[in-house]
Write a protein that binds this ligand. Structure first.
Ligand code: PNS
Length: 158
């Protein structure tokens, strides 16, 4: 099975990395796909987000890390993927995730969305929380790998 793990990854957290490691064990190939969408006003450029993912997950043998724009389902078709992987943290994620899964299913019924539940220790974690904590001078050591934490500090000028 070829699966896509799409996201904004602004930046990738230990929660994302955990899903990448676990998903890569159950699929033949995992394409980690960074959304290139200028409307979202991310903190990091696409190249920076790709670099951070490469630095932290690049040594997993069956993954490819790349960017995409436009419809995810078109990218999936173009990549030969038959599944989309998403992580689920809490009930609050469910509505948005269910809506995306159903939309993608209507656009292409050949591609299944598969959910992996977060590891309990990362259930609170999101890229937004990490950026907020870092911006306010808090320690993000348990939330992101050091290479990403350093880049966060550089970005916010600390
Ligand atoms: O990390 P995120 O921000 O929760 O990821 C959201 C993402 C990138 C998976 C989603 O925004 C997406 O798939 N965008 C591409 C546009 C698209 O296909 N939209 C229709 C499906 S809802």
């Amino acid at each position: 099975m070829i699966a896509i793990y799409p996201g904004t990854f602004d930046p990738a957290t230990y929660g994302h990395i955990d899903i990448i490691m676990r998903a890569s064990k159950v699929v033949d190939k995992l394409i980690v796909a960074v959304l290139n969408n200028s409307a979202k006003q991310p903190m990091f450029t696409v190249d920076e987000r790709l670099q951070m993912l490469n630095e932290t997950c690049g040594d997993i043998s069956n993954i490819e890390i790349t960017a995409f724009s436009g419809l995810l389902i078109e990218f999936a078709k173009h990549s030969g993927a038959n599944a989309i992987i998403r992580g689920l943290r809490a009930v609050s994620d469910f509505e948005y995730e269910f809506q995306m899964a159903l939309t993608n299913k209507i656009l292409n019924e050949e591609v299944e969305t598969l959910f992996i539940s977060t590891s309990a220790r990362y259930a609170y974690l999101s890229s937004s929380i990490v950026k907020e904590v870092a911006a306010l001078g808090g320690c993000v050591e348990s939330m992101v790998p050091a290479v990403i934490g350093d880049r966060l500090l550089q970005k916010i000028g600390k």
